[in-house]
Every structure is written in structure tokens, then in C-alpha cells.
Ligand binder design. Structure first.
Ligand SMILES: Nc1ncnc2c1ncn2[C@@H]1O[C@H](COP(=O)(O)OP(=O)(O)OP(=O)(O)O)[C@@H](O)[C@H]1O
Ligand code: SF4
Ligand SMILES: [Mg+2]
Length: 344
């Protein structure tokens, strides 16, 4: 885990408040992101975890101004260096992307253009966001490929995406993301499609690069174990909402939201016997017309009558911890004795 201290006193680099990103469809508005708050300080690495479909990627796209129409931000603020990005023009936001903030996309292959060589694609970002000459761009591309651990940068610069392995493509995307020295990097499931060995190499690389350059990072994952390796703080997202926020070590020791507790029980890395791996029964609810009450209620083993009637607000639990559960202060949810990668 990174040793970057949590700084809550200074102004956050990124301060998201009440963000709502909805998508109009024939069946109604999909409330993909439904009022989330999230803060990242300079040089800090935070995690954003949750099951598939809970809104992680659309939250990231909202921050970067990359929402695919018809998805759009309908409420909230996205303050970056104190400036509300929702008030900025598309051109101003395009300039910020690549220079001040960058993203490593969830699907490496579709994030690269199949018809251009790697060197041309990395160079394209430098040409758009820097004043380097054509010759300097060529040199910088090779330096960047070398910096992300590619053994033969000249060869890879001439290759096409389909000629590279998944791990190599991910290294190229990381090179592109850091090429203009961003202050904020959003890595969306950067290792999901990779086997365990390559996954560990890519996480090590990311950790080294952000530490060296003092880049703040939001690491998006469905896997708490990955987040525990890299992050000090984590936001747990469910059905468009942040349901828990805490230091990672505290989440492992004592989760305060039943959904977080359920995610922990599903972690293969924590299984200590050969019993079947647990799953969370049921599915993330449709986000078009959420039922009244708590969105996790149909899957929650701790639900009481109040949970059907009232939407639980985020409760402050001390030390910056938050949980959006009516029973957050009373439940003694089981943690885990082996907080993977976290300072227990
Ligand atoms: N174009 C679209 N039209 C309708 N619904 C959409 C569209 N794009 C996304 N959604 C819905 O928005 C919700 C959030 O999607 P998002 O991709 O942000 O989830 P995610 O948490 O990143 O999931 P995953 O872990 O699978 O990547 C999902 O329920 C998804 O079905
Ligand atoms: S509010 Fe109720 S249903 Fe929701 S997570 Fe808490 S106990 Fe479970
Ligand atoms: Mg996603």
C-alpha cells in the first residue's frame, strides 16, 4: 500500500459533490450516478469499488467530461483545483484531459486505434498537449515506452495494437496516460483482463509511477484486494451511490455497511479453507426507478422495516468514515483478520 499520508486539511485536488449522471432511455432515466460525493487530494491514491453496473465508469467519465451521449450530468459540482468543471466549455475540458487529468480505460484494445502504430498514437497526445518538435516527440515516445517497462521501445513503437499482448497494451495505455504529467489519473479496472502475474506487474508499475511523479489516482476496481494493495482510502459504490467511505484498513477490520461486508466475504484472497466461495445473492437493481428505501435492501441480510420505507442518508461515523445504512452504528459486521495489503 502506498505510504502517502491522508491529507484532509488542504483543499482537495478533486472535489465531487452531489454528482448525478443520468441517462434518458425509453424505459425512463437510468440514474447511473445518483448523488455521489468524492474527494482526492494531490498525490493521493484512492479506491472506488463496487459490482458491475454500479456506476463507477460513468462517474469517471463525468469527471473527465467524456460522457457518451445521451448520458449527462444533471446535478452536482466537479471541482478540480477549485474550479467547477461543469461550468467549463467542451474545449476547455478537452485541453485539461491529457494535460492535467488522464484516464486508463477499462478495455485496452478498444482504447487504442487498431489502424495506427503505437508510436504514432502515443506521439499524438504529445503533439496535441505539448510544444515539442516532431523530433522531440519521437524521442519522448521511446522514453515513455521505456519508462513503462517495455523492453524494445523502437520495435513496439512501430507495432500495431493487435500485435501486442494484453499486458503490453496496458503498459502503452499507461505511457499515454502519464505522457503529459497529469495531476490526476483515473485507472478504470486496469488489470481485470490480465492474468495474475501480469496483473501484479501492472499494479507495481502504476504504484511506482504515481509515487515517483506525485500523481493523484482514482483506482476503479470490483476487487477490494486490488484496492487494498494500492490505496489508503476507499469509496464503496452501490447502485449509483457511495454507500461507505473509509480508510482501507478500517474497512477490512470492521466494515460498517452490509454491502461492504458482503464484498469482503466474496474475496477469493481471503478464503482460508476449501469451502465454496461466497457470492452476494441477487443483482444490482434496475437504476431507472429505484424502489423507495435502501437500494441494497432486497439483498441485505440485516434489513428491517425502516429499510423499506426510508432511503438511508450517509451517516458520519467519526474520523471521516461514512456509511449510508440505517443500522451503521449498531451492527457489528464481521471484518477480516488478514487485511490484504492494508496496515491493520
Ligand atoms: N448508454 C447507456 N444506456 C443505458 N444505460 C447505460 C448506458 N451506459 C451505462 N448504462 C448503465 O449505467 C449503469 C452504470 O454503468 P457503468 O458502466 O458506470 O458501471 P460500472 O460500475 O463501471 O460497471 P463495470 O464494473 O461492469 O464496468 C449500468 O447500470 C449500466 O447498465
Ligand atoms: S439500510 Fe437496511 S437494507 Fe440497507 S444496508 Fe442498512 S440494514 Fe441493509
Ligand atoms: Mg466500468
Amino acid at each position: 500500500m502506498l505510504s502517502t499520508p491522508i491529507s484532509t486539511a488542504s483543499e482537495p485536488l478533486l472535489d465531487v459533490r452531489g454528482l448525478k449522471t443520468w441517462i434518458p432511455t425509453r424505459r425512463g432515466e437510468v440514474r447511473a450516478v445518483d448523488g455521489i460525493d468524492l474527494r482526492v487530494h494531490a498525490g493521493e491514491v484512492i479506491g472506488l469499488v463496487g459490482e458491475s453496473g454500479c456506476g463507477k465508469t460513468l462517474a469517471a467519465y463525468s469527471v473527465l467530461g467524456l460522457l457518451p451521449p445521451p448520458a449527462r450530468v444533471i446535478a452536482g459540482e466537479i471541482r478540480f483545483r477549485g474550479d467547477d468543471l461543469c461550468r467549463r466549455s467542451a474545449e476547455e475540458r478537452r485541453r485539461l484531459r491529457g494535460s492535467a487529468m488522464a484516464m486508463i480505460f477499462q478495455e485496452p484494445l478498444s482504447a487504442l486505434n487498431p489502424v495506427f502504430p503505437i508510436g504514432s498514437q502515443v506521439g499524438d497526445i504529445l503533439r496535441r498537449h505539448s510544444t515539442l518538435s516532431a523530433r522531440q516527440v519521437k524521442v519522448r515516445v521511446l522514453e515513455l515506452l521505456d519508462h513503462v517497462g517495455i523492453a524494445s521501445p523502437g520495435h513496439v513503437a512501430r507495432a500495431y495494437p493487435f500485435q501486442l499482448s494484453g499486458g503490453m497494451r496496458q503498459r502503452v495505455l499507461i505511457a499515454m496516460a502519464i505522457s503529459c504529467s497529469p495531476q490526476l489519473l483515473i485507472a478504470d479496472e486496469p488489470t481485470t483482463a490480465l492474468d495474475a502475474t501480469v496483473q501484479a506487474q501492472i499494479l507495481d508499475l502504476l504504484q511506482r509511477l504515481v509515487e515517483q511523479a506525485g500523481i493523484a489516482m482514482i483506482l476503479i476496481s470490483h476487487d477490494l484486494a486490488v484496492v487494498a494493495e494500492m490505496c489508503r482510502r476507499v469509496y464503496v459504490m452501490y447502485a449509483g451511490r457511495i454507500v461507505e467511505h473509509s480508510e482501507v484498513a478500517a474497512v477490512f477490520a470492521r466494515p460498517r455497511h452490509p454491502y461492504t461486508s458482503a464484498l469482503l466475504r466474496c474475496m477469493p484472497a481471503l478464503k482460508q479453507d476449501d469451502s465454496p466461495l461466497e457470492t452476494i445473492e441477487g443483482v444490482v437493481p434496475a437504476l431507472t426507478e429505484p424502489e423507495p428505501g435502501c437500494r441494497f435492501r432486497p439483498r441485505c441480510r440485516y434489513a428491517v422495516t425502516l429499510c423499506s420505507d426510508q432511503d438511508p442518508a450517509a451517516t458520519e461515523l467519526g474520523g471521516g468514515r461514512l456509511a449510508a445504512c440505517h443500522r451503521a452504528t449498531e451492527l457489528g459486521l464481521p471484518g477480516t483478520p488478514t487485511a490484504v495489503g492494508a496496515d491493520a
